[in-house]
Ligand binder design. Structure first.
Ligand SMILES: Cc1cc2nc3c(=O)[nH]c(=O)nc-3n(C[C@H](O)[C@H](O)[C@H](O)COP(=O)(O)OP(=O)(O)OC[C@H]3O[C@@H](n4cnc5c(N)ncnc54)[C@H](O)[C@@H]3O)c2cc1C
Length: 467
């Protein structure tokens, strides 16, 4: 059976790696010159603690999926915790957040009882720890270590920099780690060496005739056609365009968003810090994500920082492809206007410095991390989503968080078993193979970051990977 994958983002590249490991004949088409070069992902949502508005079932699912993601891509993970704080003016109950995080800790414990290899987020007793104002204040006079060795040490730099008068207590420290997108991209390239990978190749048309998909693609200025028995549409926010080529109607949203990068002092290691908020209002959540070399990524879930006034589009009865305003498509394809990038980055610095006063001295950089992402269906708050099918041979991968790849791959495997391309024993395979050479990942990740216009330091980990 010949399988085609359109799109080499996290969904498509992971599908190619996994299905090849099951012995299948896979061809991947990606219009960019590298894999996983679309919208960013800096946070592994191992429990969905950033989303007080989603229900506990979705949060448990994000936890389980994140554990699988971490086991599949251990060398792309930044193993530092996340600090969650609720500002005093935000109508979120900090005690309720704590109780909900404890539910997740129990769920994590039960996942470890099912399979001890799931213990990748540390001891479940330490999955979510809460700290009172007094406990944080007592840390202020301690020297901040270069590399924190325990949970309390991770909070020392926070206790010195954060304006505690603006926060409710308790604050929480959860084991939601980071993802390094440049390393993820490098790992995908290394894992797919020797595969049928067509980079710089745009799929321009797809027709289905009987059980075959005829794919027309453009590479090196030439148009070619090839037929396949199974098609995986992993075209990200452009999945609807592939649906339209095939005449499939499917509802979805797409949302354009951006995160920004600033340079600040790099003496201490900070946890990722989340100052909760109300999405889309002027009090949207503020997110501070540390990288090596004194670089920090920032989100502000306000329409003048991460979100955009006209940044959400929905599919219509005529087209499954939501139409974003033209300027966003141009930014995605050709990059941002420097003045807009600097203006929004500066605003992000100002916003974060409400909670971290000294951060006002951070310097903006002109290269945001950005892109459009898809949200299948009609609920724009959905965070855990994976794949839908048309018949048995067309899979439409629409993940909202990168961690959902295994829910997606298990469903695709089920279809391939039904089509007798795989046998039943291959369902749920989790033999993830050997680790890659760290130096090879490092050097390729740095090259990718630089080619994309980002500081090469951002391709490294704060906490180097140890197997
Ligand atoms: C600002 C921002 C921050 C985010 N932060 C996080 C986070 O912290 N954690 C998290 O889990 N998620 C995060 N996300 C969401 C995450 O980026 C997406 O879930 C993820 O990128 C989706 O992966 P994908 O493979 O489905 O799509 P994409 O990464 O968009 O991949 C689709 C690929 O298909 C290619 N393609 C499209 N059409 C064609 C064609 N016709 N021919 C050939 N190739 C084609 C594109 O070039 C692209 O490379 C964030 C998103 C944004 C925008």
């Amino acid at each position: 059976m010949k399988i085609a994958i359109i799109g080499g983002g996290v969904a498509g590249a992971s599908s190619a790696i996994y299905l090849r490991s099951l012995g299948l004949d896979v061809t991947l088409f990606e219009k960019r010159s590298f894999l996983i070069g679309g919208p960013p992902a800096c946070h592994l949502h191992a429990g969905g603690n950033l989303y007080p508005d989603i229900d506990d079932e979705q949060r448990k699912r994000l936890l389980k999926e994140s554990i699988e993601f971490l086991r599949f891509y251990p060398q792309a993970i930044e193993k530092r915790p996340t600090l969650l704080a609720v500002p005093t003016h935000i109508p979120i109950d900090a005690n309720e957040l704590e109780n909900r995080a404890q539910l997740l800790a129990k769920h994590y414990k039960s996942l470890i009882e099912q399979d001890s290899a799931n213990q990748v987020l540390g001891d479940p007793e330490h999955y979510a720890l809460s700290f009172s104002k007094k406990q944080i204040e007592e840390l202020r006079d301690l020297p901040a270590p270069k590399v924190p060795k325990n949970h309390v040490e991770w909070l020392i730099a926070f206790s010195k920099e954060a304006d505690l008068t603006r926060l409710k207590f308790p604050v929480l420290l959860v084991q939601e780690y980071g993802i390094n997108i440049f390393r993820l991209s490098a790992i995908a390239h290394l894992r797919l060496q020797g595969s049928k990978l067509h980079l710089c190749t745009r799929v321009t048309n797809v027709r289905q005739i009987g059980e075959k998909f005829h794919i027309t693609y453009k590479k090196d200025g030439k148009e070619k056609e090839e037929s396949f028995d199974f098609l995986i549409n992993a075209a990200g926010f452009e999945s609807g365009a592939i649906d339209d080529m095939l005449g499939f109607k499917f509802k979805r949203f797409v949302e354009f968003k951006a995160a920004y990068i600033a340079k600040w002092h790099g003496e201490h290691l900070y946890p990722e810090m989340i100052f909760h908020g109300v999405r889309g209002t002027e009090h949207g959540m503020a997110q501070f994500t540390p990288y090596p070399g004194g670089y920090y990524q920032m989100h502000g879930m306000r329409k003048d920082i991460t979100l955009f006034e006209d940044g959400v589009a929905a599919s219509t009865s005529e087209s499954s492809q939501p139409k974003l305003p033209k300027k966003f498509i141009e930014w995605i394809e050709r990059g941002w206007p420097k003045d807009v990038a600097m203006q929004r980055t500066t605003r992000a610095i100002e916003y974060l410095s409400r909670y971290l006063h000294d951060f006002k001295n951070a310097k903006p950089t002109p290269t945001p991390l950005f892109g459009a992402q898809q949200i299948p269906g009609e609920d724009i708050t959905l965070r855990a989503a994976e794949v839908s099918f048309e018949g048995d041979r067309y899979a439409r991968c629409e993940i909202v968080k990168v961690s959902s790849i295994f829910s997606m791959l298990d469903a695709i495997t089920r279809k391939l078993i039904k089509l007798k391309a795989l046998n039943k024993e291959q369902q749920g395979k989790r033999d993830f193979g050997t680790l890659l050479d760290e130096k090879a990942i490092d050097s390729l990740a740095c090259e990718i970051a630089q080619r994309r216009g980002y500081p090469k330091e951002m391709a490294k980990l704060l906490i180097p990977y140890v197997s």
